[in-house]
Design a protein around this ligand. Structure first.
Ligand SMILES: [Zn+2]
Length: 87
């Protein structure tokens, strides 16, 4: 790794840590409860199959097309690691 690459990585890491710390209370009190409520409402109305994502290492993911939650996760040997969520 070049020094420039290491410096960039550290600058980005410092920013991400600052951002996470600054948003910690908001995420805990507002964002995560709202996201949880949204997912529950989507589950009640039924999740819909969205896009598949293959990470290139044998893992594939199926996301809900509305709320974005991972509906199913398949391992390298096609084992299902997360079973469908009421869809
Ligand atoms: Zn959903």
């Amino acid at each position: 790794m070049t020094d420039i690459w290491k410096m960039k990585r550290q600058i980005d890491r410092d920013r991400r840590e600052f951002e996470n710390e600054a948003m910690k209370d908001y995420d805990r009190d507002v964002y995560f409860p709202a996201r949880k409520k949204l997912i529950e409402e989507c589950r009640t109305l039924r999740h819909v199959e969205g896009h598949y994502y293959d990470n290139g290492l044998g893992w594939t993911f199926l996301y809900c097309g509305k709320c974005g939650i991972v509906m199913q996760k398949f391992g390298p040997n096609d084992e299902v690691l997360i079973e469908g969520i009421d869809f």
